[in-house]
Ligand binder design. Sequence first.
Ligand code: BGC
Length: 710
Amino acid sequence: MINLLQKLTTKEKIGQLLQIAPFFFIKDLEKEVYGPLLDLQLNEEKIFLAGSVLGIGSATEMMEVQKQYLKKSKHQIPLLFMADIIHGYKTIFPVPLALASSWNPELVKKAARISAVEASTAGIHVTFAPMADLSRDPRWGRVVEGFGEDPYLTGVMAQSMVEGFQNDGIEKDGNLAACVKHFAGYGASEAGRDYNTVDVSRYALHNYYFEGYKKAIDAGAKLIMTAFNVIEGVPSTTNRFLLRDILRDQWKFKGVTISDYDSLKQTIAHGQAKDMEEAALNGIDAGLDIEMASSCYTNHLEKLIVSGQVDMKLLDEAVLRILELKKEIGLFENPYKGASLEQEEKLVLSKKHLAESLKVAHESAVLLKNEDVLPLDKQTKVALIGPFASSRKTQGSWSWHGRHENNQTLIEVFNLEKADVVYINDEVDALKYTKKDLEQLKTADVILVLVGEDEKWSGEAHSLSDLHLRDGQHLLVELAKSLNKKVVTVLFNGRPLVLTNISQSDAILEAWFLGTRSAQAVYDLLYGRVNPSGKLTMSFPVNVGQIPIYYNHLNTGRPLEFAENPNTYVSRYLDVGNDPLYPFGYGLSYSKFSYDPLELNSTTLQKEDALEVKVTIQNKSDVDGYEVVQLYIRDHHAKVVRPVQELKQFQKIWIPKRQKRSLTFKLTQTDLSYHLPNGDLVVEPGLFTVMVGSSAHHVEKIQFELKEDN
Ligand code: BGC
């Protein structure tokens, strides 16, 4: 690629750094794209020097864009096609927060694999996923796109997605290059307001926020996207500490960096750059390669190079990384790589893919409450009320290729399954239920209240300050309960909600947005065709005032257990407890599992050795089921205070009815180490507690001591 690079003029090199939308190439340039063109101030010459395209919807479109582009390309450097394939292309899988709730990395990998197979038939080469932004704040709408509040689990899921997308190499058809995002700390936006300031310590970055991106990169992710927020007062997009010190120097990342949408230009609004020229200077200096959807580089970099303010070497490095990526994907041999009308027809929404989507959906829902009502019996007379009875909008945000008409409604599935449905009403307003409605409702044994939030309400720029169900949907639960019926509430939403005002439900199933097969999955779970096995990966708060609330917090000097009487000065609220309503790792099953006391192979551990932690779990019920066995540790004394609990390993295991299973976890130094604020990884001898159980709050405990090596 060096030879090719040397043939390029400065303008041509800079072109490679520009990413624009496909419509620049296929519509009548003068008329249709006049507005955006004006905004970006791109003339035709610059457009046809662009290096990559963002968002493409079909093989036909891709081929047309590439054809038009190559007609005018002097060096025949093909365009690279990127898109947001987040949880499916046309076969939609559960939203990432739900995928994480499956605690099944293999299944998550499968979902990514199928998404890649489908998307690459449209000639897409790069996906802007996984989103590895850890978040402790459900007010932030983008928690739906991530994997929750835990660094380890986020890392495991991010890695699975990268492996699923990239599979056996990005040069092969059917695989996508993964672009992990948004580097860094985007999920820590203050007060959960999207794009807001992030102010976290390096200690928190190294120990919590970095882990997801790092694991994705270690798994081979080819690109990384910067974030909209600042870190230490510097926008992530122009942040040298992030893009050079951490990414290149410490993590040895060799791939391509890309800004988020318009985020290079937005450094002006942040107040870091005075104009686009300065933004370009800051970007290239910090190590930003591709500029998405703004034109600071295209319109200003050349001048900076000619005047000597920017060394050509920096530009060359960035361009070379992009050319190498194109080469690795195989675009120079076949600029239309992947795009195929026949494959599109054959693979997209295939039976096999839909069946996989259903399987993933089954494992992604979380049963939050069940007081002797679920699973339902086929003979049970059920009523379906609430807006999700007849809704197809159960895909969640970032499923822009998914079509609602491919989804079923719950009513359709209940009818197909010949369930005994005695009453249906999708009215959201409880006051609109007439006397006659109530009479009919009374004929049911169980009332299913199907409520939640609009699928677009969790996602980018959709932050909320109130996490209750909206539009008085909780009144439907009250109404159903007032009829002295068993009430099962099914929730369709993309973030932890405040559920205290629906707690009179006899059962609550958190169905998130489960994708194309959502309705079938919910039916199968309610009727026990499938035993629920999902577990929360974010705490559900009692109220919004508790936020941020997360299980792996530090202890204070005045923890709650110091309270001897109500007047003691301890760290707590006066009006609500410190615990969430539903903790991290929590989720019920139709099986009943119990944990025997833990066994260790030793109560001391030399640094180089491994400690074996044996746990035996019994299924005391008559239902076979999966259990997610979670192992946490606590490092009691360290130079820098460590969390009260940290997830270190987990296994999802199948335990047949009335049987027990034993597992042995091996703990090594890696599990016991942590980062000092300067990033150094250390392991300190001393007392540790190991906790194993079914959620962060339901654990068996045992202690051991880590010894210095002799
Ligand atoms: C989002 C990114 C996304 C990009 C391209 C931005 O607004 O923050 O997550 O990948 O748009 O669609």
